[in-house]
Design a protein around this ligand. Sequence first.
Ligand code: PMP
Length: 437
Amino acid sequence: MIANELTYQELAELDKKHFMHPTSPIQQQQENGPAYIFTKGDGIYLEDVHGKKVIDGMSSLWNVNIGHGRKELGIAAMEQMNKLAFSSSFATFSNEPAIRLAAKIAEVTPGDLNATFFTSGGSEANDTAYKLARHYWILKGQPEKKKIISRIKSYHGVAMGATSATGLKPFRDFTNSLAPDFYHTDNFSAKAFEEAVISEGPDTIAAFIAEPVQGAGGVHIAPEEYFKNVRNICDKYNILFITDEVITGFGRTGKYFGIEHYGVAPDLMCFAKGVTSGYAQLGGVVLSEKIYEDFKRLSTGTLLHGYTYSGHPMACAVALKNIEIIENENLIENAKNMGAEMLKGFRWIQGEREIVKNVRALGLMGAIELNSQQSAAGPLAPLIVNEAAKQGLICRSVVFDKMDILVLAPPLSINKQEIDRLVEIIHHAIYQIEQKV
Ligand code: PMP
């Protein structure tokens, strides 16, 4: 029997005993208990059981775009739940929030992206995109087109296909058997992509997938011409171009979708996270009109792919309210302006602190790359993350494959004063570590 009121110690013990955390160090959890037990959120702040307030400099998992504590989303969820919490989308059953959201997504996505297949998150969106791309080629009478090419330093999630596509080796090495027919190429070179296409054989390749800005791999922003060249190569060799906008979608980079910075549109687009700002679990894949027309024309049986929660009415109602807030409060424009301020702050830090090698940002997706060669202590970013946490800021380190990068992605609702505070804390944390190493 668990008592109604639990002390912090009791909660921490139950956590250690019963809660297996995703993407977490198990031994550290067993030694120290959970890093935080959060109870509340408001704007860019999270508050824990001790009443300690911290700045959520990562929008939690790059997803709380509108910020925490927006009651309108709670009301939208409650109203929809009380009316119709769930109904199926299989066998052409439908519901109004899913219909409205699919239409809204068609309106805001670039190019002729027009039809949405809903999932519960980004990993499912990725696996769906790979399966739909392969099924497309089966419908077109070219079943040998099944290989998926992705990029090094990419992150696409943890479902079997998504893990196999992910270009960060430690995630693939976690398991000792991956999905077949996944290949990785350089993250910035369109020429390397074309060479991979030629060496693998264009007639065996179903699709190429890329994040417009690589997120979990350390915020890598592709050169200006990269995606235009990728688009041309995909057209030249009859390869579907998929963008993974799970992080970059819904305003994060200062445009509605990250690929818009590059002036091209994909054939399929994965989204999740920012579509609901994390207030409900939702993702999906948007297909271009051209691809969807082929599905309509050539698919004679049943589309044998679907999740119980595809088109979940409550999640879709929350997404609609979230998008309304993003638009009404000009949060995309704000992400662009505050992103520029954040980058200005990062550049100032770079000028002040020797251990900073390089800084970059696109909208509110930013990175500070460190000179870890100077340190016998190993990578510096994790030390800075700990120091920043002590000073009330959550940020993240990326140390895969010898990288040493600090990444930041605060809510799109952040204001100038809050950006200044965030920059000040990071600077101070870097200063503290610089003194120690
Ligand atoms: N793609 C990208 C680009 C991501 O950043 C993530 C999550 N960080 C995913 C896919 C996986 O999404 P989820 O965790 O919702 O399954």
